[in-house]
Design a binder for this molecule. Structure first.
Ligand code: SF4
Ligand code: SF4
Length: 309
């Protein structure tokens, strides 16, 4: 007789998802791991508060007994912009587009499968990368990105809490990809020096992602030629041999004509854009508070496209 989780895993596999379940009590380990990093000087007080705010409080009337972690393929996206009589293709790394919708879909689907068996699900706020790695679902690359066998790093993670009993506990210490020991390609490809040979933890303050996700001006030490994506950065993932079989695979998202690109770059307020343009911007998740990032990041990418030989 199979367990509920084995039945869920089999259904997930049919959709190409990988999943693991760990007991809810592992939340305490997550809290201790974060506090340990603070004690070791690897996190400052603000980062500690931010991380701890991710620790989920069990909802009233719902006694969670397990945490289900799911990984599924999420390819980088491509957007085309007409500009200066030509077309510039710009990449968006995996997970930026449709992130919340995909999580809702996964948690909703788990609910559809579990509720007929008498169990409930909720969407918790938990440090999902740590969960994926410690549950045995994923391994860390030297670039601190999660990798899952068969998915490379082009993936998205989702997590659900459930009162489904957890019959086994695959928990383990965080693990790096075996390949990383003799590789180092990502460190050589990283334009900013964020990946250090001297420590495994990324120098997040050097990572382009931190800066182009922020509305603050780029620091002076960032060379404009380093920008390579509409948001985030693809350099370490594109170069990683673990992603070799996924090279050249993208989700083609949409196209903006030269006139539409000009409207974005001119800083046209979002509500004054033609509805069709606004819809496409919403499709790539740059609407509302992210719209300013689109204009700023696109400008730097287009400038680079027309100045880099
Ligand atoms: S590029 Fe090499 S070192 Fe970096 S994550 Fe991939 S396998 Fe590991
Ligand atoms: S995302 Fe870019 S900047 Fe950040 S570590 Fe990878 S290559 Fe370096």
């Amino acid at each position: 007789m199979s367990t509920t989780f084995e039945r869920i895993s089999a259904k997930a596999a049919e959709l190409g998802w990988r999943c693991r379940a760990v007991p809810w009590t592992r939340v305490e380990y997550l809290r201790e791991a974060i506090e340990g990093r603070f004690r070791d000087g690897l996190l400052d007080e603000k980062a500690l508060r931010d991380y701890l705010s991710f620790i989920y409080q069990a909802p009233e009337g719902f006694e969670p007994r397990s945490i289900i972690v799911v990984a599924f393929q999420a390819l980088p996206g491509r957007v085309n912009f007409g500009w200066r009589g030509g077309r510039v293709t710009v990449v968006i790394p995996p997970t930026y587009v449709g992130f919340m919708n995909r999580i809702r879909t996964v948690v909703g689907t788990l609910g559809d499968w579990l509720e007929p068996e008498g169990f409930r699900v909720a969407r918790p706020r938990l440090p999902i990368k740590t969960l994926a790695v410690c549950s045995g679902l994923a391994e860390y690359g030297r670039n601190n990105v999660c990798y899952v066998e068969g998915l490379g790093s082009y993936l998205q993670l989702a997590v659900a809490a459930s009162d489904m009993p957890c019959d086994s506990d695959p928990w383990r210490e965080p693990k790096a990809l075996d390949r990383c020991a003799a590789c180092g390609v990502c460190g050589r490809m990283c334009p900013t020096g964020a990946i250090s040979p001297r420590r495994f933890l990324l120098h997040a303050e050097r990572c382009l992602t931190l800066h182009n996700e922020s509305e603050e001006d780029f620091p002076g030490w960032i060379d404009p030629a380093w920008h390579n994506s509409l948001i985030g950065c693809m350099k370490c993932q594109e170069a990683c041999p673990e992603n070799a079989t996924l090279a050249g695979r993208y989700d083609d998202l949409c196209f903006f004509s030269e006139i539409e690109t000009g409207l974005i770059l001119a800083g046209t307020p979002f509500e004054k854009l033609p509805g069709e343009v606004a819809s496409r911007i919403a499709l790539i998740d740059f609407a509302d508070e992210n719209y300013g990032l689109l204009r700023r990041n696109l400008q730097v990418i287009l400038d680079r496209a027309f100045t880099t030989p």
